[in-house]
Design a protein around this ligand. Sequence first.
Ligand code: 13P
Length: 252
Amino acid sequence: MRKPFVAGNWKMNKTVAEARELVFNLNKQLSEVAGVEKVLCPPFPSLVAVSGLLEGTDIGLGAQNMHWEEKGAFTGEVSPGMVKEFCGYVILGHSERRAYFGETDESVNRKLIAAQKIGLTPIVCVGETLEQYESNRTSEVVARQTSLGLKDIDPAFASRIVVAYEPVWAIGTGKASTADNANAVVKDIIRPELARLFGNETAQAIRVLYGGSVTAANAAEYFAQPDIDGALVGGASLKVDEFVAITKAAAK
Ligand code: 13P
């Protein structure tokens, strides 16, 4: 049995003051949802404040990115150790980082190995662009991102990895993938690739999320799918009622 998992990726939204307010408003209702692993991923400057507010709750904290090196002359970067001070999770390889900041399967893999080394639970994002989707390359792209991104990982650590399937054409567009399509990608592309890397038992233990225009209105359709174990939520994670409703839907 894979425990349902819901994470909110706030992206580049909320000052520290706004983050405090959002978490203050979310905390009680979110804490009351049992049976779901819940994670908030605010921007770096808010991690300290939010970690304080989440103390004593069962809500986890994640960063949206990190560098793979331990320290040194990497201006503007944040190390795994700096993330680990406050967080248990880290999002790696989000499509916006791949598209705008030069993230590649190789850099995702380096970061994943760094997460393994320091003991952070990674949320690794994969997904095809609109152009790739329209030219029927979903399978090739998602299989490659999975196999190269997750290579050289210890099978013992692998079961802790969370994979998020986020078709780029569905992110922030309001054009969510159908639940059937998302489930098919997870079942026919991602899990077989995970099985090749880590064996079938581990592949069946790894949580795979759907992300891309998930809302309170459509979340239950995804969670009803046998191979989808939760959601990586963008825009709707900034709204208390929406995010709580999505998390409740995952608990059912
Ligand atoms: P939206 O939910 O805003 O489409 O974003 C999805 C996403 O990119 C989460 O990482």
